[in-house]
Design a protein around this ligand. Structure first.
Ligand code: HEC
Ligand code: HEC
Length: 166
């Protein structure tokens, strides 16, 4: 009778390979988790035109298509007029598109052009209660830097989160 604990060498080898592969996948996803680094070559116009009403969102938070959608609707931008001259618009758009996400899980076209309406955003924030978003120190899910202390640098990792108590 074969003993339950007994394994042939081939099976052992397979188990070991699967274990190593799983470890590597885990390690790489942890290393990348929450990092959407702000590229160092942002045109001055991005800060000047896109960081006065909210933080300058790191481009890797949205797909190419989503940035094109945001940038083609600036005259009617979430209840405000955020339009810029055509030259500036082209400059910002090109830079955003060049640095848009290349990662499959962030690739969806954002509903209403909002990062905060993407399915990954909703999934990652499912533990934040609805009344927390409304706290005076937060006001809106779009106010990333209220909780992510290094959001402007594109760092959203768990160790850099501090949720305002009110
Ligand atoms: C006149 C003010 C103003 C300017 C200038 C402005 N925005 Fe916005 N933007 C807003 C408001 C208001 C919202 C909605 C914020 C909220 O829901 O809390 C918003 C939201 C956004 C969002 C979606 C945030 C979410 O909910 O995920 C993106 C992306 C965005 N802006 C990009 C830009 C870009 C790119 C520029 C520069 C071309 C820009 N904004 C300039 C006012 C502005
Ligand atoms: C109310 C505070 C709050 C606000 C505002 C907020 N977040 Fe978060 N965010 C969290 C919490 C809490 C988590 C979950 C941390 C965890 O469990 O790893 C999280 C997780 C994330 C993650 C996943 C990090 C990882 O390691 O996988 C990303 C990416 C992220 N947030 C991006 C954003 C962006 C972009 C914005 C603004 C558009 C934003 N968040 C606004 C609190 C907030």
């Amino acid at each position: 009778m074969a003993n339950d604990c007994e394994m042939n060498p081939m099976k052992m080898k397979m188990k070991k390979t699967i274990f190593i592969a799983a470890t590597l996948i885990l390690a790489s996803s942890t290393a990348y988790a929450g990092k959407m680094a702000m590229p160092s070559d942002a045109p001055a116009s991005y800060d000047a035109e896109c960081a006065s009403c909210h933080m300058a969102y790191p481009p890797a938070l949205l797909s190419e298509k989503s940035w094109q959608n945001v940038m083609s609707g600036l005259a009617k931008h979430f209840g405000t007029d955020a339009s810029v001259d055509p030259k500036t618009r082209a400059e910002i758009t090109n830079w955003l598109v060049k640095n848009a996400t290349t990662r499959q899980k962030y690739m969806e076209t954002a509903p209403e052009n909002r990062i905060t309406k993407t399915s990954w955003f909703i999934r990652k924030h499912d533990e934040v209660r609805s009344d927390v978003w409304k706290r005076a120190g937060i006001k809106s899910p779009a106010n990333c830097s209220a909780c992510h202390t290094d959001a402007a640098k594109g760092n959203f990792s768990e160790s850099n989160i501090k949720i305002p108590a009110k």
